[in-house]
Design a protein around this ligand. Structure first.
Ligand SMILES: Nc1nc2c(c(=O)[nH]1)N[C@H]1C(S)=C(S)[C@@H](COP(=O)(O)OP(=O)(O)OC[C@H]3O[C@@H](n4cnc5c(N)ncnc54)[C@H](O)[C@@H]3O)O[C@H]1N2
Ligand code: MOO
Length: 404
């Protein structure tokens, strides 16, 4: 029995739910979903303040100032940022004020330096400000109690800025899940180590750990486990306690040494084919209550399976919506063929020209082509029943590096 992509996605997503909220220091919250509404605890600005370096005045005193008949006022002091000793301005006087500093009681306009002689003892004012000109009123931007960000909103740099500005050191957010990444195969070697005639470097666990991190989660790269089911289970169990999700690569097809399948079948993990290419052999189940997604070993299959099944699981754990990357439409620059009955995720390179978004197929459909994978920025999604597409056809694509 072959499952559809949606059936397997649903199997994985049914087993995960958003993690309980925690208090997160502001900068660590970048990319996280807020777990509760944020209301302003203070006004922004917090007090009437000057938008210019200049002189705070009572407007009535300078209403008639002009080049032809300037007004001269005594300067009674200076109000710097964080140094606001002059709290009240009497009639018939001016006080120097810097941008952002509190406008004193009584003053109702600021005259910028450029309209004056910049005097220290007295100031000559050659232009009259309009009422309230260059005064930024308290609460102009944000008022106390105002709903600023809703639960579920993703914290980005601009939101971090706002949260800090209202004085929050931490926010209540869904934490980053810890995702354990394990690659299986007795042929695998660590990058940097010596290669034998029959060994290859372990690209997958690095690729998957990087994808976990890019998704906003915390990767725990365990690395290589050989094709021995006992050793695999021991290693897996050693890491379950502090894992929210486990991702394995390799050992799930029809071989004589398919270690993941052998080890986890007895644990009740589901294994079977999914109607997609690459990524046909898949598996998923709970081991000691922890969701384990078992991806095929071919590197391109592993990457695409991560994108289709693991990324939505991570995003669900993080409370991020939508769970799966939205598809966009693009114009195909070259024809391609696709197997009947399987959804193909063909690698592509998306660009823009005068006619809009286009996509060029990159490399062939085979799932060992890591060189081409690294030169792609998109997946062209060819539906199960479509076996050929021509130049100029509209296709659905997943833009792999887009933020959503
Ligand atoms: N008789 C059949 N054979 C295969 C079938 C099938 O249906 N019948 N399916 C093929 C498909 S499709 C895939 S995909 C692979 C999946 O195999 P496994 O998940 O068991 O993966 P392995 O056999 O361990 O490895 C496959 C391939 O990928 C290389 N690999 C594995 N791990 C890594 C790694 N960490 N870094 C880089 N490369 C890795 C490995 O050396 C193999 O070349 O099965 C097909 N066979
Ligand atoms: O389906 Mo396998 O995952 O193509 O190479």
């Amino acid at each position: 029995m072959t499952d559809t992509v949606e059936e397997h996605q649903a199997r994985v997503l049914a087993a995960v739910r958003p993690a309980d909220p925690v208090d997160v220091p502001l900068l660590d919250a970048l990319g996280l979903a807020l777990a509760e509404d944020v209301h302003a605890g203070i006004d922004l600005p917090g007090f009437d303040n000057s938008a210019m370096d200049g002189y705070a005045v009572r407007r009535a005193d300078v209403a008639d100032a002009s080049e032809a008949s300037p007004v001269v006022l005594p300067v009674v002091g200076q109000i710097g940022a964080g140094q606001a000793d002059v709290r009240t301005l009497e009639a018939g006087a001016a006080v120097k004020i810097m941008t952002g500093a509190p406008v004193p009681e009584g003053a109702d306009a600021v005259v910028p330096y450029e309209w004056t002689d910049r005097g220290a003892e007295t100031v000559t004012i050659r232009q009259a400000p309009k009422p309230s000109q260059h005064v930024r009123p308290r609460g102009d931007d944000v008022t106390t109690g105002q709903l600023l960000l809703e639960a579920g909103a993703v914290v980005g740099p601009r939101q971090v800025g706002l949260l800090a500005q209202i004085g929050l050191a931490t926010v209540r957010a869904r934490p980053r899940p810890r995702v354990v990444v394990l690659s299986t195969g007795s042929e695998l070697r660590e990058p940097g180590a010596e290669l034998g005639h029959d060994s290859i470097y372990d690209g997958n666990s690095f690729m998957l750990a990087a994808a976990v991190q890019r998704a906003g989660a915390v990767p725990v790269r365990v690395g290589i486990v050989g094709d021995e089911p006992g050793a695999f289970l021991t290693t897996l169990r050693a890491h379950l306690a502090d894992a929210d999700l486990v991702v394995t690569s390799g050992g799930v097809s029809q071989g004589d040494y398919d270690v993941v399948k052998e080890a986890l079948r007895a644990e009740g993990v589901w294994f079977g084919p999914v109607a997609m290419q690459p990524g046909k052999p898949q598996g998923f189940g709970l081991v000691d209550g922890v969701p384990v997604v078992t991806l095929p070993g071919n590197p391109v299959s592993s990457y695409i399976s991560f994108e289709v099944f693991v990324l939505p699981a991570i995003r669900t754990l993080m409370g991020l919506a939508p769970a799966a990357r939205p598809m966009v439409t693009a114009r195909l620059t070259h024809g391609l063929t696709s197997p009947d009955g399987r959804r193909q995720f063909m690698r592509g390179d998306v660009g823009f020209d005068a006619q809009g978004r286009f996509v060029t197929p990159v490399g062939g459909p085979a799932s060992h082509l890591v060189g081409a994978l690294a030169h792609s920025n998109a997946l062209i999604v060819v539906p199960e029943e479509v076996t050929a597409l021509g130049q100029g056809d509209r296709v659905q694509v997943l833009q792999l590096d887009s933020v959503f």
